[in-house]
Write a protein that binds this ligand. Structure first.
Ligand code: E4P
Length: 223
């Protein structure tokens, strides 16, 4: 299991990577527009690759297969080892995954997936990662744990190379549930990663221990 950071905010990625728990990063057009692009897309992505030293997903925005492949080649050239091309699921998307993975040797992360059917097709087409959107599946009234568990069972049974990334994480419990259901990777935003470090009982316990230490010091009892 592994944790990716779901962000293109270079400062946040840099700070959280120092914790030693981040194995990769994911972005999407919405995240990139929200986080801003002071270094331009290429500059920002290159900085993130440099910080996380692992797979960084960048999503294509063209809508036909030829356009997506051209964009993918441009992004992949920034760092052929670490850039992963995020391809939206669909008929055009599957063609792109087949071309990138099986002809050009470019890794893909098939994104925006809400169902087992989609994840199965993407895995068969040769995707390196299949991104299942936990929060958005729940929004529609379905249980994302079933989609993850079924997909994992199929990947293991058919010995496909795809790894499940669970994204669209909205709450702390989503992380636990995604991993327990069989996700290989959960990609998590900085605010949720920060919340994962915190527990009120930990805070009061640390304060209790430090207060005792401070009192002893004040009394001159610590040499
Ligand atoms: C990650 O790969 C996804 O793009 C991201 O987690 C989607 O999150 P959202 O559903 O909050 O937009």
């Amino acid at each position: 299991m592994a944790i990716f950071i779901d962000s293109s905010n270079v400062a946040e990625v840099e700070e959280i990577t120092k914790w030693g728990i981040i194995s990769g990063a994911t972005t999407n057009p919405k995240i990139i527009c929200q986080d801003g692009l002071s270094g331009g897309l290429e500059g920002t992505i290159k900085k993130i690759v440099d910080i996380v030293k692992g797979p960084v997903s960048v999503e294509v925005t063209e809508e036909d297969a030829a356009g997506m492949v051209e964009q993918a080649k441009e992004f992949a050239a920034w760092d052929p080892e670490n850039i992963v091309i995020k391809v939206p699921i669909g008929q055009e998307g599957l063609k792109v995954v087949n071309t990138l993975e099986n002809e050009l040797g470019i890794k893909t992360n098939v994104t925006c997936m809400m169902s087992f059917n989609q994840a199965y097709l993407a895995s068969l087409a040769g995707a390196t990662y299949v991104s299942i959107f936990f929060g958005r599946i729940k929004d529609m009234g379905y249980d994302p744990r079933e989609v993850i568990a079924d997909t994992r069972e199929m990947i293991d049974r058919e010995e496909l190379k795809a790894q499940i990334i669970t994204g669209s994480i909205r709450h702390l419990m989503d992380v636990n549930e995604a991993f327990l259901a069989g996700a290989h990777i959960v990609t998590i935003t900085p605010p949720i990663l920060k919340k994962m470090t915190w527990n009120p009982r930990s805070e009061t316990t640390i304060e209790e221990f430090n207060q005792i230490w401070r009192d002893m010091k004040k009394k001159g009892l610590l040499k």
